[in-house]
Write a new protein. Structure first.
Length: 136
């Protein structure tokens, strides 16, 4: 099921919205692309990084943050993962600053609007993983 996730700055966790309402809160999540068919990897819709322009403009004008940036996808039911920094893949941090950028950014350098692999949300940030293992 499609969810919209945002960082809850007051509760210091992630809020997960389903059907326009907060369904629950979590300290860490793994967001996957949405499957068109439950039995197939064909036709995956990517994880989306959405910024609502009107909310962003309001934040910039008022100087007060409001909920206007989301990660949209499907919550992986197995969210008991180790910290992404311990994974054997290349991990890149995804950030969003409403005052400096119009979109989410990878490593503060590249804009990102969608991702076709898992997105890891932890207490110290959001990470995306490349599927090729890093070599040491």
């Amino acid at each position: 099921m499609r969810v919209w996730v945002y960082r809850n700055l007051h509760k210091h966790c992630y809020s997960v919205m389903q059907d326009g309402r907060v369904a629950y809160h979590a300290d860490k999540l793994m967001i996957q692309p949405i499957r068109q068919e439950a039995w197939s990897d064909v036709g995956l819709n990517p994880v989306l990084f959405k910024v609502r322009p009107a909310g962003q403009m309001k934040t910039r004008k008022s100087g007060q943050k409001n909920v206007h940036a989301f990660i949209v996808g499907e919550v992986d039911p197995c969210t008991d993962f180790t910290h992404p920094k311990e994974f054997p893949w290349q991990m890149n941090k995804v950030t969003y600053n409403p005052y400096d950028n119009d979109t989410f950014m990878v490593d503060n350098a590249f804009p990102i609007n969608e991702w076709r692999h898992a997105v890891y949300l932890t207490q110290d940030g959001v990470y995306i993983a490349y599927q090729t293992p890093t070599t040491t």
